[in-house]
Design a protein around this ligand. Structure first.
Ligand SMILES: [Zn+2]
Length: 146
């Protein structure tokens, strides 16, 4: 199972669980991957850094059955996937701590070079970023050991 952050044409970002990349591509191609918030099937992979790419057109068919959460994998798989994701993010992006909303804005508005960052944001801050149309993904971060 892999977790892919998906974004609809209305800028909703949500997590999808897929068997592999091919399975993800197939669901997007066939229009089976609908946004759980607005039902839009014009979905694509969300990026860590602000997305400067163009929009891509999908099909209009809506399927309420798109897998947005793990169906059968054991909880262990889920936790393991989270740790793998965390490791990947830590290796491939800069940690900016609670400056995340500021940094994400600077990148979004071109004040800084586009790069991958990760850090913390409160639910309110995250909501503001969404409203400003800033691309980011939310990860249920495994807590560090106390
Ligand atoms: Zn949507």
């Amino acid at each position: 199972m892999i977790v892919i952050d998906v974004r609809c044409s209305n800028d909703h970002v949500f997590e999808g669980w897929f068997k592999d990349n091919t399975s993800f591509d197939e669901q997007v191609e066939s229009g089976a991957l609908a946004c759980p918030i607005c039902g839009d099937t014009n979905t694509r992979r969300a990026l860590m850094a602000p997305n400067l790419g163009g929009m891509r057109k999908g099909k209009d068919e809506v399927s309420p059955n798109a897998a947005m959460s793990p169906r059968d994998p054991a909880l262990n798989d889920y936790v393991e996937a989270l740790y793998e994701l965390k490791k990947h993010v830590e290796e491939n992006s800069d940690y900016v701590g609670d400056k995340f909303p500021d940094e994400a804005r600077k990148i979004h508005y071109g004040e800084e070079e586009p790069r991958s960052i990760h850090g913390e944001a409160t639910p309110e801050e995250a909501e503001e970023l969404v409203e400003e149309g800033i691309d980011f993904q939310r990860i249920p971060w495994p807590k560090p050991d106390a």
